[in-house]
Ligand binder design. Structure first.
Ligand SMILES: *Cc1c(COP(=O)(O)O)cnc(C)c1O
Length: 484
């Protein structure tokens, strides 16, 4: 289907005087808007008939690629299937039409859902209490770090202004720490991709507020040193922060609370199956161990004598109302429909799928770190570097074969990173299809490198200039033609 038939922008389809609506005569007569509120000239809006508008947006939506279209192995982002039942529940009128200012007595069911989720996350994570208020993973990180700051401040210990972050961490970790006013101290990784404990030791002193860790880390490796690291950080008076954006591999295997973490966030929109991408919607609940509950922000849902109440007693509050309620509901629906038994199968299955792909492809693609990995892993581009075909080329060629590209050029530890995460929800046939295609591309890279380097050829546009798009984005449409 050639979308260009319908024009790239709705403005280009505009015809003066063409209308897509008709309204009945109004019964109220004319009324005058105050002069100060009136426009001096008409708004520059496109004028189109309804069918043209429908086709334009339907065709545009067809250019989008989502997990419902095809395999989406985007490492660190957990693009698992989002079951439709979650959507049905979140869209139920009794839920969707609730108002956040409704009296508690009229929305006991919604409060029960929030309360159940607080408890479910506590039990999954092995922590004491959760807040569901943060709107994203990074927002959860900021909240968690503010909790750590408040903990030290309340003890009169204000010289702890440093936070230790591994060099393999997700970019939001140092960013959130900086927004929180903490100084980021980087700890190096060993050649086998784990936190270097010998590099960590000398960094620990009475100015350290805590340490952020991701486990499995962004290379998909399990950080075996955590008990020792947690001991060292606690001994120097710091707290341990766990970035649980991707809790997937942990589900049913182990719990951050049992490993010595004090504060964590998780991303409901990754681990607990609610649709995400393009900037939202998200939810990044934050959990704390016993003893830190008082530092969680308001509001918090409590259960007293069989009734659910909203506790607004904490001074700290990061969002009005209850966070992203519809996202929390989808995640709760996912957790309850899987149940304890099946939630426990998620981690092992996700790990099995990733390991299967890694083993099948490691002769064609360079595995910079050997050994066991978990739900995701990283290749450092093609094994044969003589072809000149880069990770970017492979990623673009995958689009021609109907797959979404993996995460590329992240983590920054390697030059040609290609981070693959299949998730637990894919069938063996889909995974085999991806493996075959990756083999085919590796073969093309040797036999006809130009084909790979000029990909994609099947998408509405080919390669865009990413730098130009980022540095000089054009986000408004100027009616150049009209002005010419
Ligand atoms: C996605 C991710 C984040 C940030 O989550 P957002 O919801 O995008 O803000 C943080 N840490 C890790 C490891 C992630 O994968």
């Amino acid at each position: 289907m050639n979308n260009r038939l319908y024009g790239n922008l709705i403005f280009e389809l505009s015809h003066k005087g063409r209308k897509g609506y008709s309204l009945p005569e109004d019964d109220f007569g004319d009324y005058e808007l105050p002069e100060s509120l009136r426009r001096s000239h008409d708004a520059e809006l496109p004028e189109c008939d309804e069918l043209t508008v429908v086709r334009h947006y339907t065709n545009l939506s067809g250019n989008n690629f989502g997990v419902d279209n095809g395999f989406y192995p985007l490492g660190s982002c957990t693009m698992k299937y989002n079951p439709v039942i979650n959507e049905e529940i979140a869209a139920m009128p009794a839920i969707a039409n609730l108002h956040p200012l409704q009296p508690e007595a009229t929305c006991q069911g919604a409060l029960e859902a929030l309360y159940t989720m607080q408890k479910a996350l506590s039990s999954i994570a092995g922590l004491s209490e959760f807040t569901l208020n943060p709107f994203a993973g990074a927002h959860g990180e900021l909240t968690g770090l503010m909790i750590i700051r408040a903990y030290h401040h309340n003890r009169g210990d204000d010289k702890r202004t440093k936070i230790i972050v591994p060099d393999s961490a997700h970019g939001t970790n140092p960013a959130s720490a900086a927004v929180c006013g903490l100084e980021v101290i980087e700890v190096k990784s060993t050649p086998d991709g784990l936190v270097d404990i010998e590099n960590l030791r000398p960094l620990l002193d009475e100015t350290v507020a805590g340490m952020m860790m991701t486990n499995p880390n962004t290379l998909g490796l399990f950080e075996h040193g955590i008990p020792e690291i947690a001991q060292l950080v606690h001994d120097c008076g710091g707290l341990m922060y766990y970035d649980g954006a991707n809790l997937n591999p942990m589900l049913g295997v182990c719990r951050p609370g049992d490993m010595g973490f004090d504060v964590m966030h998780t991303n409901l929109h990754k681990t607990f199956s609610t649709p995400h991408g393009g900037g939202g919607p998200g939810s990044g609940p934050v959990g704390v161990r016993k003893g830190l509950e008082e530092l969680l922000p308001s509001p918090h849902i409590k259960k007293e004598g069989g009734r659910y109440t909203v506790d607004n007693s904490q001074e700290m509050s990061i969002s009005s109302f209850f966070g992203n309620f519809a996202v929390v509901l989808r995640a709760l629906s996912y957790i309850l429909s899987l149940g304890k038994e099946n939630i426990c199968r998620v981690g092992p299955l996700a790990t099995l799928n990733a390991t299967y792909i890694k083993e099948q492809l490691k002769d064609d693609y360079l595995l910079p770190i050997s050994g066991l990995s978990k739900h995701e892993f990283v290749f450092d581009g093609l094994r044969d570097k003589s072809t000149g075909v880069t990770t970017m080329d492979v990623a673009k060629r995958l689009l021609d074969y109907g797959f979404h590209a993996p995460t590329i050029y992240f983590p920054l530890l390697f030059h040609e990173s290609m981070m693959i995460e299949p998730t637990e929800s894919e069938s063996l046939e889909t995974i085999d299809g991806f493996i075959d295609t990756m083999h085919k591309i590796a073969k093309e890279a040797i036999e006809q490198p130009e084909t790979v380097k000029s990909a994609p050829v099947s998408t509405p546009i080919g390669r865009v200039d990413d730098v130009l798009a980022a540095k000089h984005p054009i986000v408004t449409y100027r009616q150049l033609k009209a002005e010419e």
